[in-house]
Design a protein around this ligand. Structure first.
Ligand code: UDP
Ligand code: MG
Length: 313
């Protein structure tokens, strides 16, 4: 029987955790296969860690905890979990029960059919309107820019084969967006529809600005298109102004000078500005690449681990 590892990032979720335990463990027991649940406490300031420790005491074999030294973000928490998983398949899930843990069974079925990544699309997504609208734009543009095909980047109830989880854990990238990363290396991905409900307890951990920054991570870590866009617009501007300058020269020869050469000056100015912007874009491309290479900060810092053995199975 293939073993399942469930990875759950937890950030100030004391209100959601009791219900999470109540539904998740029975759903996992029903699968009739060995499993482990790795909780990553992402620097919660509430009682989350105590609640997790209680569960670890109750089920020391199955419940493992990685306690972060601070808040490093949902995706880093998941990456830390991936480094410690021992199962053959890895499922990620949010702690807030917006996606039903009972659906894990259907994802496992897909895995058994031979899919190495099982993504999910939130059917009847029940979130505030602005979040849905924003997600739509992000899903469409990100697919265009990265060349990936994921219908719902935001839904984190996903299954990965151990092989894919290992690739993600070993990549060592500091800013990464796990669903996109997995899709990139998957050989046989699939997607299923999944139920979604509004958050019942606690609040969303993503403010508007945090969402923007997360999506910026998503775009910049998977393509150079934003930078290339600057370069190309710079080139376009210089091309157009060049044509404008030619037009002005011809006009001057045929009709004579316009208002003391003012517009000729404009044309030259615009041309130079275009050149400048493309130059900044090109330099930016290089800096972007160098930046990616040199940034070797620790991705996260672990305070303590519970139930995690050093040798990976
Ligand atoms: N989370 C985390 N660290 C963070 C932000 C969120 O570990 O810095 C966890 C959070 O506890 C939850 C999951 O990531 O389990 C998704 O967060 P949330 O439900 O707030 O996001 P939303 O559903 O609003 O997109
Ligand atoms: Mg949520």
């Amino acid at each position: 029987m293939k073993k399942l590892s469930l990875v759950i990032p937890v950030y100030n979720e004391e209100a959601s955790l009791p219900a999470l335990f109540e539904r998740t463990f029975p759903a996992l027991d029903k699968l009739n296969r060995p499993y482990e649940v790795i909780f990553i406490n992402d620097g919660s300031k509430d009682k989350s860690i105590d609640l997790l420790k209680e569960q670890h005491a109750k089920r020391p074999e199955q419940v493992k905890i990685i306690d972060f030294n601070g808040n490093f973000g949902q995706h880093m928490a998941i990456a830390a979990g991936f480094e410690k998983v021992t199962g053959d398949m890895v499922v990620t899930m949010d702690a807030d029960l917006q996606n039903p843990p009972e659906e894990i069974a259907r994802m496992v079925e897909k895995f058994e059919e031979g899919h190495d990544v099982v993504g999910t699309v939130r059917a009847n997504r029940d979130d505030p309107f602005y979040r849905k609208f924003f997600s739509k734009i992000v899903n469409i543009t990100t697919n265009k820019i990265t060349g990936l095909k994921i219908h719902d980047y935001g839904c984190m109830l996903r299954l990965y084969s151990r092989h894919i989880a290992d690739i993600i854990a070993e990549s060592g990238e500091g800013t990464t967006f796990i669903p996109a990363f997995a899709q990139k290396y998957a050989s046989n991905p699939t997607e299923i529809d999944i139920a979604h409900s509004r958050r019942e307890k606690g609040e969303s951990k993503y403010s508007f600005f945090r969402l923007i920054s997360l999506n910026f991570d998503l775009m910049t870590s998977f393509s150079m298109v934003p930078l290339q866009f600057i370069t190309i617009s710079g080139m376009l501007i210089s091309g157009l102004s060049f044509l404008f300058a030619v037009f002005l020269i011809i006009r001057r020869l045929i009709i004579g000078p316009e208002a003391e050469g003012l517009f000729t000056l404009f044309a030259i100015m615009f041309f130079l500005m275009g050149v400048l912007i493309s130059a900044v874009g090109i330099v930016g491309e290089y800096i972007g690449r160098i930046f990616k290479e040199v940034r070797k900060r620790p991705k996260y810092v672990i305070k303590k681990e519970y139930g995690i053995s050093d040798g990976k199975a």
